[in-house]
Design a protein. Structure first.
Length: 332
């Protein structure tokens, strides 16, 4: 297998995955509508890997352009990162999220079927686990119950669509990767998370506070039943996450495979602040604020299935992620 179409390839996780794919000899085409990324990411990819993907500015919702792309090119595999991911916005604008994430994926799958492309790796999320009895989440758990926002619902629905397509087409091969909380960036500091607009997630907010663009970080609740009272999450270095995708390619077979990509360890919000302060040598201004609606106190991956079946596990730490983030910030 040689040629991969990466949707959302100028985005945060897609761009880091392309670096790892190039290391492993793949050829890459990217489509992105540049809604949440910049075309200059392609220059960074080229600077780091010496190779530049062919780029098509296409919206997944534009069926005609998508169909033409698949008519003009043959792909052995699609890596599907493109999607909207702002949890809060998805509550305000649910139809935008269903249309873009679910509608876009349906278009993609139709093009794949019409042009005999049978393999897809999909960016799902730990959010599909919804509310569970246990904080340690494994792939055997029933998903889709107690998801608190439309963004999470779109991930669950897409997982179900992939399973249905697999039932109808015995040649179809899908890998669903459930990411936990991606952080950090390429160690060169050339490329990182650079969302358009106001970020929602902890790390990009910490970065904006460090740069003085946001006055202080609000820690959402310190009265949870956790060791320091703040929520625990499984923060995975984006380079480890990217390597998980390469490992998945080699194990694809007809049917749907599902893997958690996480470290297996919960880290609190206060521990994240401390790690950032230690790496930067500076205080990070923060205040304790109200709990954020929908936040679960504690969630982390059981990563053993990915280790057993893909031979993949995380190698980098939160400290590595903080060091790389600071390197990126210094380059901005
Ligand atoms: P990102 O926003 O940086 O990248 C997504 C890219 O998709 C962007 O470049 C955006 O412009 C593009 N895009 C969106 N809709 C499109 C459309 N209709 N047509 C073409 N391009 C489109 O996000 P990311 O953090 O790199 O996330 C990648 C994937 O991983 C997403 O599907 C996201 O839901 C999923 N995910 C992310 C996280 C996280 O915390 N970052 C966690 C779990 C899952
Ligand atoms: N947090 C703060 N202050 C902030 C932002 C976040 O204290 O300003 C806290 C949150 O309360 C939470 C932790 O930092 O405890 C992480 O919050 P994020 O918003 O970064 O991440 P979530 O775990 O809430 O959600 C993320 C993605 C979802 C994904 C989920 C599981 O945003 O898309 O991980 O993969 F579904």
């Amino acid at each position: 297998m040689k040629r991969i179409l990466v949707t959302g390839g100028t985005g945060y996780i897609g761009s880091h995955t392309i670096i790892e794919l190039y290391k492993n000899g793949y050829e890459i085409d990217v489509i992105d509508n540049l809604f949440n990324s910049k075309i200059t990411v392609l220059d960074k990819i080229e600077e780091i890997s010496g190779k530049r993907p062919s780029f098509y500015e296409i919206d997944l919702l534009d069926y005609e352009k998508m169909d033409k792309l698949f008519s003009d090119n043959h792909y052995d595999l699609v890596m599907h990162f493109a999607g909207l991911k702002a949890v809060g916005e998805s509550v305000e604008k649910p139809l935008k999220y269903y249309e873009n994430n679910v509608g876009g994926t349906v278009n993609l799958l139709k093009c794949m079927k019409d042009h005999d492309v049978h393999k897809i790796i999909f960016s799902s999320s730990a959010t599909v686990y919804g509310e569970q009895e246990k904080a340690k989440l494994d792939e055997s758990m029933i998903t889709g119950i107690g998801i608190t926002n439309p963004y999470g619902e779109t991930k669950h629905v897409i997982e179900e669509i992939l399973k249905d397509v697999s039932e109808s087409d015995k040649e179809f091969e899908a890998v669903i990767l459930r990411y936990f909380n991606p952080v950090g960036n390429h160690p060169s500091g050339l490329m990182g998370e650079d969302p358009n607009g106001i970020p929602n997630n902890l790390m990009p907010i910490i970065m904006k506070v460090a740069r003085g663009e946001i006055k202080e970080l609000s820690v959402f609740g310190d009265d949870y039943n956790t060791p320091d009272g703040t929520c625990l999450r499984d923060y995975i270095h984006v380079v480890d996450l990217a390597k998980g995708h390469v490992a998945a390619i080699n194990k694809m077979k007809p049917g749907v495979l599902i893997y958690n990509l996480g470290t297996g360890k919960g880290v609190s919000v206060l521990e994240m602040i401390k790690a950032f302060e230690e790496a930067s040598g500076k205080k990070l201004p923060y205040k304790i604020a109200e709990r954020r609606a929908g936040d679960l106190p504690e969630m982390y991956a059981d990563p053993t299935k990915a280790e057993r079946e893909l031979g993949w596990k995380t190698e980098l730490t939160v400290e590595d992620a903080m060091r790389d983030t600071i390197c990126y910030l210094n380059n901005l």
